[in-house]
Design a binder for this molecule. Sequence first.
Ligand SMILES: Cc1cc2nc3c(=O)[nH]c(=O)nc-3n(C[C@H](O)[C@H](O)[C@H](O)COP(=O)(O)O)c2cc1C
Length: 446
Amino acid sequence: MKVLFVNGSPRGRFSVTLQSCLYLEKCFPAHSFRHLNAAAGLGGFEKDMAPAAEAFGWAELVVFAYPVYSFLVPSQLHRFLELMRERDISLKDKYATQLTTSKHFFDVTAHRFLEENLHDLGARVIRGLSADMEDLLTEQGRKELTQFFRYAVFCAENAVWEHLEAPAAAPERAPYVSTLEAVKKLEGFDTVIVGDLREGDESLRALIKDFSAAFPYRTRFVNLADFPFKGGCLGCLNCATAGKCVYHDGFDQLLREKIHSADAIVYAFTLSGHSMGSRFKMYDDRQFCNGHRTVAEGKPFAYLVNGDLKGEENLRTVLKARAGVGHSFLAGFANDADTIRDVSLRLAWALEQGYTPPRSFYGVGGMKIFRDLVWLMRGMMREDHLYYKAHGLYDFPQRRWPRMLGMQVLGALLRSRRIRRLIGDRMNEGMLAPYKKILNEGIKPQ
Ligand SMILES: Cc1cc2nc3c(=O)[nH]c(=O)nc-3n(C[C@H](O)[C@H](O)[C@H](O)COP(=O)(O)O)c2cc1C
């Protein structure tokens, strides 16, 4: 079988993910393999997609091999997918799958995003493999990798693919037209709107204008479309070791002085290709200069989305999870007059009240993955380590000895049916005792 690896790591030949592809080549010499350097060679594809079209034409099985970056794919691969759409490169009836390495932090949303895009490009999607970045170093990991490859070949040879529920085709929407007049603004809070507003995108411009008009506090606007990005995150980890990004394009300052300094952050983008677009993704990936530190913790967020998010379950999950991991209140998604009003009221209230709800599964689960990673790599990720230590994020091993001892004793007692009968409802009462204590303390009505 003719197998094409689309390499989506900006690290090029230093890519960890690439090593799994090379391993497969050695394991299965009966197949023919080729590589397309979609991320590291992006500059060339911006000028000419013909070599990509030729390679896709050759392939019988296409394997997108990339690292998970910030809930999705690296901005470079994101851009490559945009180029495929822009230049009408189709994967019609091609078998396509994916192979990622990561720490499993939101690998599921990355896979779903790529599946949605492959589906749009006409491919027959085969479920991919999400490996930990160290899996290839273990026998089990190598076994899972070769099994996955056999599975993908089996699917391609036997015309078996995932009949994905088509992500609802975005219905035609009338452009949003501004209807609101700005009223006198209140002082007291600094709210920044960070958008990817391109020339001619009047609908997004109107959304931003109306949100600023509806919102009671003054807002300022940072346009990512105008920012002179030198490129997407290269995954070089210079920021972790030397504390500085290798690019000198002023992004660190922009982030710290213009965005993270604000009391509330509103993101604005036009929906395309099931996401916020590759430029926004570049902004997200470049925030890796903050390592795994939740530097905007407690600041309420909102999104102005030019488009219909209804069918975009995966993107909504990504946006909610971003707020959840960052421990911020998400005031919602606004895309018309009604939602602008709701989001603006919620955001203003959260700002005034300092409202930060506790983390949900997204945040709690995500932070535990980060905690383990930072602990293991603390020698290198020094800033992260100091931050995690200072913020009590190393909540392991649990040293709540009295509670653990109590559970041992209780567990031993409850193994006896006689004692269980004797205790009866007293166990429930015991569990509630600390809560009753709170309820019986003098509570001041608010
Ligand atoms: C900018 C950036 C963002 C990342 N985001 C994630 C992420 O969201 N989830 C995750 O599990 N790992 C994340 N990682 C870790 C990479 O996925 C992991 O190191 C991968 O194995 C790198 O593969 P590569 O060498 O092929 O690029 C991120 C790494 C970088 C540099």
